[in-house]
Design a protein around this ligand. Structure first.
Ligand code: PLP
Length: 388
Protein backbone atom coordinates (compact mmCIF):
# COMPACT_ATOMS: atom_id res chain seq x y z
CA UNK A 1 0.00 0.00 0.00
CA UNK A 2 1.51 3.39 -0.90
CA UNK A 3 2.04 5.69 2.09
CA UNK A 4 0.34 9.06 2.33
CA UNK A 5 2.55 10.87 4.79
CA UNK A 6 0.68 13.52 6.79
CA UNK A 7 2.98 13.85 9.81
CA UNK A 8 5.28 16.61 8.59
CA UNK A 9 4.83 18.63 11.78
CA UNK A 10 6.74 15.87 13.61
CA UNK A 11 9.42 15.33 10.93
CA UNK A 12 9.13 16.10 7.24
CA UNK A 13 9.21 13.20 4.79
CA UNK A 14 10.13 12.51 2.08
CA UNK A 15 13.25 14.67 1.82
CA UNK A 16 14.47 16.26 -1.40
CA UNK A 17 16.79 13.74 -3.11
CA UNK A 18 19.74 16.15 -2.74
CA UNK A 19 19.61 15.65 1.04
CA UNK A 20 20.39 11.95 0.80
CA UNK A 21 23.09 12.56 -1.82
CA UNK A 22 24.81 15.22 0.29
CA UNK A 23 24.82 12.94 3.34
CA UNK A 24 26.11 9.96 1.38
CA UNK A 25 28.87 12.15 -0.06
CA UNK A 26 30.13 12.98 3.45
CA UNK A 27 30.21 9.33 4.47
CA UNK A 28 31.89 8.24 1.27
CA UNK A 29 34.32 11.09 0.76
CA UNK A 30 35.14 13.20 3.80
CA UNK A 31 33.58 12.23 7.16
CA UNK A 32 36.51 13.73 9.05
CA UNK A 33 36.16 15.79 12.22
CA UNK A 34 35.56 19.47 11.39
CA UNK A 35 37.53 22.02 13.39
CA UNK A 36 39.73 19.33 14.96
CA UNK A 37 42.48 19.11 12.37
CA UNK A 38 44.19 21.08 9.65
CA UNK A 39 44.20 18.31 7.04
CA UNK A 40 42.30 18.47 3.79
CA UNK A 41 39.35 16.31 4.80
CA UNK A 42 38.83 18.08 8.12
CA UNK A 43 38.88 21.40 6.26
CA UNK A 44 36.32 20.12 3.79
CA UNK A 45 34.03 19.01 6.63
CA UNK A 46 34.52 22.43 8.27
CA UNK A 47 33.54 24.13 5.03
CA UNK A 48 30.19 22.33 5.00
CA UNK A 49 29.44 23.61 8.49
CA UNK A 50 30.35 27.11 7.41
CA UNK A 51 28.10 26.88 4.34
CA UNK A 52 25.18 25.52 6.38
CA UNK A 53 25.50 28.38 8.86
CA UNK A 54 25.66 30.85 5.98
CA UNK A 55 22.57 29.47 4.19
CA UNK A 56 20.54 29.40 7.40
CA UNK A 57 21.64 32.98 8.12
CA UNK A 58 20.43 33.99 4.67
CA UNK A 59 17.07 32.37 5.35
CA UNK A 60 16.59 34.04 8.74
CA UNK A 61 18.21 37.43 8.02
CA UNK A 62 21.07 36.80 10.46
CA UNK A 63 24.03 39.13 9.90
CA UNK A 64 26.82 37.05 11.41
CA UNK A 65 26.60 33.26 10.80
CA UNK A 66 28.75 32.65 13.89
CA UNK A 67 25.77 33.77 16.01
CA UNK A 68 24.04 30.56 14.96
CA UNK A 69 24.83 27.33 16.84
CA UNK A 70 24.03 23.76 15.89
CA UNK A 71 22.12 21.34 18.10
CA UNK A 72 20.44 17.99 17.63
CA UNK A 73 16.93 19.37 17.53
CA UNK A 74 14.79 22.33 18.58
CA UNK A 75 14.46 20.96 22.12
CA UNK A 76 18.20 21.18 22.81
CA UNK A 77 18.32 24.67 21.30
CA UNK A 78 15.40 25.81 23.48
CA UNK A 79 16.98 24.31 26.60
CA UNK A 80 20.23 26.15 25.89
CA UNK A 81 18.38 29.43 25.37
CA UNK A 82 16.05 29.17 28.36
CA UNK A 83 18.40 27.66 30.94
CA UNK A 84 21.38 29.67 29.73
CA UNK A 85 19.49 32.95 29.98
CA UNK A 86 17.18 33.01 33.00
CA UNK A 87 18.39 33.92 36.47
CA UNK A 88 16.73 33.32 39.87
CA UNK A 89 13.73 35.58 40.33
CA UNK A 90 13.37 36.48 36.64
CA UNK A 91 9.87 36.67 35.21
CA UNK A 92 8.95 35.18 31.81
CA UNK A 93 5.92 35.74 29.65
CA UNK A 94 4.97 32.82 27.44
CA UNK A 95 1.93 31.43 25.67
CA UNK A 96 -0.59 28.75 26.48
CA UNK A 97 0.18 26.73 23.36
CA UNK A 98 3.86 26.09 24.06
CA UNK A 99 5.33 22.70 23.34
CA UNK A 100 6.81 20.82 26.30
CA UNK A 101 10.26 21.76 25.01
CA UNK A 102 9.51 25.30 26.24
CA UNK A 103 7.15 24.57 29.08
CA UNK A 104 9.18 21.89 30.83
CA UNK A 105 12.47 23.85 31.00
CA UNK A 106 10.50 26.87 32.24
CA UNK A 107 8.66 24.85 34.88
CA UNK A 108 11.97 23.23 35.89
CA UNK A 109 13.42 26.71 36.45
CA UNK A 110 10.33 27.72 38.40
CA UNK A 111 10.96 24.79 40.76
CA UNK A 112 14.73 25.10 41.01
CA UNK A 113 15.45 28.83 40.59
CA UNK A 114 12.21 30.57 41.52
CA UNK A 115 11.68 31.83 37.97
CA UNK A 116 8.16 33.21 37.58
CA UNK A 117 6.02 32.41 34.55
CA UNK A 118 2.89 34.01 33.06
CA UNK A 119 1.00 32.01 30.43
CA UNK A 120 -1.01 34.02 27.90
CA UNK A 121 -4.20 32.35 26.69
CA UNK A 122 -5.67 32.59 23.21
CA UNK A 123 -8.98 34.44 23.04
CA UNK A 124 -12.31 32.82 22.09
CA UNK A 125 -11.38 32.94 18.42
CA UNK A 126 -8.27 30.86 19.29
CA UNK A 127 -6.01 33.71 18.16
CA UNK A 128 -3.29 35.40 20.20
CA UNK A 129 -3.17 39.18 20.62
CA UNK A 130 -0.07 41.23 21.34
CA UNK A 131 -1.90 43.32 23.95
CA UNK A 132 -2.43 40.20 26.05
CA UNK A 133 1.33 39.61 26.19
CA UNK A 134 2.03 43.26 27.00
CA UNK A 135 -0.48 43.11 29.89
CA UNK A 136 1.59 40.41 31.60
CA UNK A 137 4.85 42.37 31.56
CA UNK A 138 6.25 43.29 34.99
CA UNK A 139 9.40 45.13 36.09
CA UNK A 140 11.07 41.72 36.60
CA UNK A 141 10.18 40.44 33.10
CA UNK A 142 13.41 39.46 31.37
CA UNK A 143 12.16 37.22 28.60
CA UNK A 144 9.19 36.64 26.32
CA UNK A 145 9.23 33.19 24.75
CA UNK A 146 6.63 32.04 22.26
CA UNK A 147 6.07 29.55 19.49
CA UNK A 148 5.80 31.18 16.11
CA UNK A 149 2.99 28.73 15.33
CA UNK A 150 1.19 26.04 17.28
CA UNK A 151 1.81 22.38 16.48
CA UNK A 152 -1.74 21.66 17.67
CA UNK A 153 -3.94 24.29 16.03
CA UNK A 154 -1.55 25.72 13.45
CA UNK A 155 -2.34 29.24 14.70
CA UNK A 156 0.34 31.77 13.78
CA UNK A 157 1.32 34.26 16.48
CA UNK A 158 1.90 37.99 15.83
CA UNK A 159 5.65 37.64 16.22
CA UNK A 160 6.67 40.95 14.71
CA UNK A 161 4.32 42.91 16.99
CA UNK A 162 5.35 41.01 20.11
CA UNK A 163 9.03 41.49 19.17
CA UNK A 164 8.51 45.21 18.79
CA UNK A 165 6.84 45.51 22.22
CA UNK A 166 9.61 43.43 23.83
CA UNK A 167 12.30 45.56 22.15
CA UNK A 168 10.76 48.83 23.37
CA UNK A 169 11.01 47.56 26.94
CA UNK A 170 14.45 45.98 26.66
CA UNK A 171 13.01 42.52 27.22
CA UNK A 172 14.68 39.68 25.32
CA UNK A 173 12.55 37.78 22.83
CA UNK A 174 12.95 34.04 22.15
CA UNK A 175 10.96 32.42 19.33
CA UNK A 176 10.38 28.69 18.90
CA UNK A 177 10.25 28.36 15.11
CA UNK A 178 9.69 24.60 15.14
CA UNK A 179 6.57 24.83 12.99
CA UNK A 180 7.60 27.80 10.87
CA UNK A 181 11.31 27.56 9.99
CA UNK A 182 11.32 27.04 6.23
CA UNK A 183 7.56 27.59 5.99
CA UNK A 184 6.83 31.14 7.13
CA UNK A 185 9.22 33.99 6.26
CA UNK A 186 11.41 34.87 9.27
CA UNK A 187 13.70 37.88 9.57
CA UNK A 188 15.25 38.17 13.02
CA UNK A 189 16.00 41.89 12.59
CA UNK A 190 12.62 42.91 11.22
CA UNK A 191 10.80 40.80 13.80
CA UNK A 192 12.89 41.90 16.79
CA UNK A 193 13.90 38.32 17.56
CA UNK A 194 16.86 37.99 19.96
CA UNK A 195 16.96 34.20 20.01
CA UNK A 196 15.52 31.80 17.45
CA UNK A 197 15.35 28.04 18.03
CA UNK A 198 14.57 25.77 15.10
CA UNK A 199 14.66 22.08 14.11
CA UNK A 200 16.44 21.00 10.93
CA UNK A 201 14.22 17.96 10.37
CA UNK A 202 10.84 19.58 9.80
CA UNK A 203 10.27 22.49 7.38
CA UNK A 204 13.96 22.78 6.53
CA UNK A 205 13.94 19.24 5.09
CA UNK A 206 17.17 18.18 6.77
CA UNK A 207 17.58 14.85 8.60
CA UNK A 208 16.72 14.12 12.22
CA UNK A 209 19.54 15.01 14.61
CA UNK A 210 19.80 18.57 13.29
CA UNK A 211 18.60 21.91 14.64
CA UNK A 212 19.97 25.23 15.77
CA UNK A 213 19.81 28.37 17.83
CA UNK A 214 20.48 31.96 16.82
CA UNK A 215 21.51 34.25 19.68
CA UNK A 216 21.97 38.00 19.21
CA UNK A 217 25.58 38.95 19.96
CA UNK A 218 24.55 41.26 22.83
CA UNK A 219 23.29 38.25 24.81
CA UNK A 220 25.80 36.06 26.64
CA UNK A 221 24.15 32.77 27.50
CA UNK A 222 25.68 30.44 30.04
CA UNK A 223 26.70 27.38 27.97
CA UNK A 224 24.84 24.22 29.01
CA UNK A 225 27.51 21.87 27.70
CA UNK A 226 31.24 22.32 28.36
CA UNK A 227 34.04 20.48 26.63
CA UNK A 228 36.30 20.24 23.63
CA UNK A 229 35.82 22.75 20.86
CA UNK A 230 39.06 22.33 18.95
CA UNK A 231 39.99 25.89 19.97
CA UNK A 232 41.86 27.41 22.97
CA UNK A 233 42.49 23.87 24.19
CA UNK A 234 45.11 25.00 26.72
CA UNK A 235 42.50 26.94 28.72
CA UNK A 236 40.34 25.28 31.39
CA UNK A 237 37.53 27.67 30.54
CA UNK A 238 35.04 27.42 27.75
CA UNK A 239 36.11 29.71 24.86
CA UNK A 240 34.23 32.98 24.56
CA UNK A 241 34.37 33.01 20.75
CA UNK A 242 31.23 31.98 18.92
CA UNK A 243 30.13 29.45 17.79
CA UNK A 244 32.69 27.36 19.75
CA UNK A 245 31.38 28.59 23.11
CA UNK A 246 28.10 26.78 22.46
CA UNK A 247 29.23 23.81 20.38
CA UNK A 248 31.32 21.47 22.49
CA UNK A 249 31.96 18.01 21.11
CA UNK A 250 31.88 16.71 17.57
CA UNK A 251 28.99 18.07 15.55
CA UNK A 252 26.72 16.10 13.23
CA UNK A 253 28.58 16.80 9.98
CA UNK A 254 26.64 14.18 8.01
CA UNK A 255 23.32 15.58 9.21
CA UNK A 256 24.36 19.18 8.66
CA UNK A 257 25.42 18.44 5.09
CA UNK A 258 21.89 17.09 4.61
CA UNK A 259 20.48 20.20 6.27
CA UNK A 260 22.50 22.38 3.91
CA UNK A 261 20.84 20.63 0.97
CA UNK A 262 17.43 21.00 2.67
CA UNK A 263 17.84 24.73 3.33
CA UNK A 264 19.07 25.25 -0.21
CA UNK A 265 15.90 23.53 -1.44
CA UNK A 266 13.81 25.87 0.75
CA UNK A 267 15.66 28.96 -0.46
CA UNK A 268 15.15 27.92 -4.07
CA UNK A 269 11.41 27.32 -3.61
CA UNK A 270 10.93 30.36 -1.37
CA UNK A 271 9.07 30.30 1.95
CA UNK A 272 6.14 32.30 0.51
CA UNK A 273 5.47 29.59 -2.03
CA UNK A 274 5.94 26.80 0.50
CA UNK A 275 3.54 28.48 2.92
CA UNK A 276 0.89 28.99 0.26
CA UNK A 277 1.16 25.33 -0.79
CA UNK A 278 0.77 24.02 2.77
CA UNK A 279 -1.98 26.48 3.67
CA UNK A 280 -3.92 25.54 0.53
CA UNK A 281 -3.78 21.85 1.51
CA UNK A 282 -4.75 22.58 5.12
CA UNK A 283 -7.69 24.70 3.95
CA UNK A 284 -8.76 22.07 1.42
CA UNK A 285 -8.68 19.44 4.19
CA UNK A 286 -10.69 21.57 6.62
CA UNK A 287 -13.26 22.41 3.94
CA UNK A 288 -13.75 18.70 3.32
CA UNK A 289 -13.72 17.59 6.97
CA UNK A 290 -16.23 20.21 8.07
CA UNK A 291 -18.84 18.63 5.79
CA UNK A 292 -18.58 15.28 7.59
CA UNK A 293 -21.12 14.91 10.34
CA UNK A 294 -19.58 14.50 13.80
CA UNK A 295 -16.15 15.88 12.85
CA UNK A 296 -14.77 18.68 15.04
CA UNK A 297 -11.87 20.80 13.78
CA UNK A 298 -9.78 22.74 16.29
CA UNK A 299 -8.14 26.15 16.13
CA UNK A 300 -9.04 29.49 14.58
CA UNK A 301 -11.78 29.97 12.00
CA UNK A 302 -10.91 27.81 9.00
CA UNK A 303 -10.61 30.88 6.78
CA UNK A 304 -7.77 32.27 8.90
CA UNK A 305 -4.34 31.39 7.49
CA UNK A 306 -2.46 28.82 9.57
CA UNK A 307 0.56 26.58 9.01
CA UNK A 308 -0.17 23.20 7.44
CA UNK A 309 -1.51 21.59 10.61
CA UNK A 310 -5.10 20.34 10.98
CA UNK A 311 -6.21 18.80 14.28
CA UNK A 312 -9.61 17.19 14.53
CA UNK A 313 -11.70 14.44 16.10
CA UNK A 314 -14.67 12.32 15.16
CA UNK A 315 -17.18 12.86 17.96
CA UNK A 316 -17.31 9.91 20.32
CA UNK A 317 -14.41 8.05 18.66
CA UNK A 318 -10.98 7.65 20.19
CA UNK A 319 -8.32 9.70 18.33
CA UNK A 320 -5.67 6.98 18.61
CA UNK A 321 -8.06 4.42 17.16
CA UNK A 322 -8.79 6.64 14.16
CA UNK A 323 -5.09 7.28 13.58
CA UNK A 324 -4.46 3.53 13.79
CA UNK A 325 -7.19 2.74 11.24
CA UNK A 326 -5.88 5.50 8.94
CA UNK A 327 -2.45 3.90 9.09
CA UNK A 328 -3.41 0.24 8.86
CA UNK A 329 -6.30 0.37 6.43
CA UNK A 330 -5.60 3.44 4.34
CA UNK A 331 -1.82 3.88 4.52
CA UNK A 332 -2.26 7.42 5.84
CA UNK A 333 0.30 8.48 8.47
CA UNK A 334 -1.12 10.97 10.99
CA UNK A 335 -0.37 11.58 14.63
CA UNK A 336 -2.81 11.29 17.49
CA UNK A 337 -2.64 12.20 21.17
CA UNK A 338 -1.46 15.34 22.90
CA UNK A 339 1.40 16.38 20.59
CA UNK A 340 3.58 17.30 23.60
CA UNK A 341 1.39 20.33 24.21
CA UNK A 342 -1.11 19.68 27.01
CA UNK A 343 -1.98 23.37 27.43
CA UNK A 344 -2.53 23.69 23.68
CA UNK A 345 -5.10 20.91 24.01
CA UNK A 346 -6.63 22.57 27.07
CA UNK A 347 -7.08 25.74 24.99
CA UNK A 348 -9.25 23.87 22.49
CA UNK A 349 -10.97 21.61 25.03
CA UNK A 350 -9.27 18.34 24.05
CA UNK A 351 -7.16 17.92 27.18
CA UNK A 352 -8.96 14.67 28.06
CA UNK A 353 -8.96 13.03 24.63
CA UNK A 354 -6.24 14.56 22.45
CA UNK A 355 -6.81 14.84 18.72
CA UNK A 356 -5.85 13.44 15.33
CA UNK A 357 -3.35 15.69 13.57
CA UNK A 358 -2.72 15.79 9.83
CA UNK A 359 0.22 17.97 8.83
CA UNK A 360 1.35 18.84 5.33
CA UNK A 361 4.69 19.40 3.66
CA UNK A 362 5.96 20.54 0.30
CA UNK A 363 5.64 17.06 -1.20
CA UNK A 364 1.96 16.59 -0.36
CA UNK A 365 -0.69 17.05 -3.00
CA UNK A 366 -4.42 17.82 -3.21
CA UNK A 367 -4.90 14.10 -3.77
CA UNK A 368 -3.41 13.40 -0.33
CA UNK A 369 -5.87 15.81 1.27
CA UNK A 370 -8.73 14.21 -0.65
CA UNK A 371 -7.62 10.74 0.40
CA UNK A 372 -7.73 11.76 4.07
CA UNK A 373 -11.17 13.35 3.74
CA UNK A 374 -12.52 10.25 2.02
CA UNK A 375 -11.04 7.96 4.68
CA UNK A 376 -12.48 10.05 7.53
CA UNK A 377 -15.86 10.03 5.83
CA UNK A 378 -15.78 6.22 5.66
CA UNK A 379 -14.48 5.72 9.21
CA UNK A 380 -17.04 8.15 10.57
CA UNK A 381 -19.88 6.41 8.70
CA UNK A 382 -18.71 3.00 9.90
CA UNK A 383 -18.74 4.15 13.54
CA UNK A 384 -22.11 5.83 13.12
CA UNK A 385 -23.49 2.54 11.73
CA UNK A 386 -21.90 0.63 14.58
CA UNK A 387 -19.76 -1.41 12.19
CA UNK A 388 -16.31 -0.45 13.41
C1 PLP B 1 6.20 23.89 18.57
C2 PLP B 1 7.28 22.87 18.76
N1 PLP B 1 8.33 23.16 19.54
C3 PLP B 1 9.32 22.28 19.74
C4 PLP B 1 9.32 21.04 19.14
C5 PLP B 1 10.45 20.11 19.40
O1 PLP B 1 11.17 19.89 18.25
P1 PLP B 1 12.36 18.79 18.21
O2 PLP B 1 11.68 17.48 18.06
O3 PLP B 1 13.18 19.17 17.03
O4 PLP B 1 13.09 18.90 19.47
C6 PLP B 1 8.24 20.69 18.32
C7 PLP B 1 8.19 19.35 17.70
O5 PLP B 1 7.17 18.84 17.34
C8 PLP B 1 7.20 21.63 18.11
O6 PLP B 1 6.16 21.35 17.33
Amino acid sequence: MPITYLDNAASSWPKPPEVKLAMAEVIEDYAANPGRGGHTLAMRAGKVLFQTRAQLSRLFGITNPNDLFFYMNATQALNQAIKGFLQPGDHVVTSFIEHNSVRRPLEYLRRTKGVQISYVQPREDQLFYTADFVKEIRPSTKLIVVSHASNVTGVILPIEEIGSEAGKRNISFLVDASQTAGVVPIDVEKMGIDMLAFPGHKGLYGPQGTGGLYVRNTIDLEPLIHGGTGSQSESVDQPVARPDRYESGTVNTVGLAGLLAGVTFVLEKGTEQIFQHEWKLAKRTMDGLKEISGVEIYGPDIDVERVGVVSFNIKGVDATEVSFILDQEYGIATRSGYHCSPLGHQAVGTEKRGAIRASFGMFNTEEDAQKLIQAIEEISAAYAAGEA
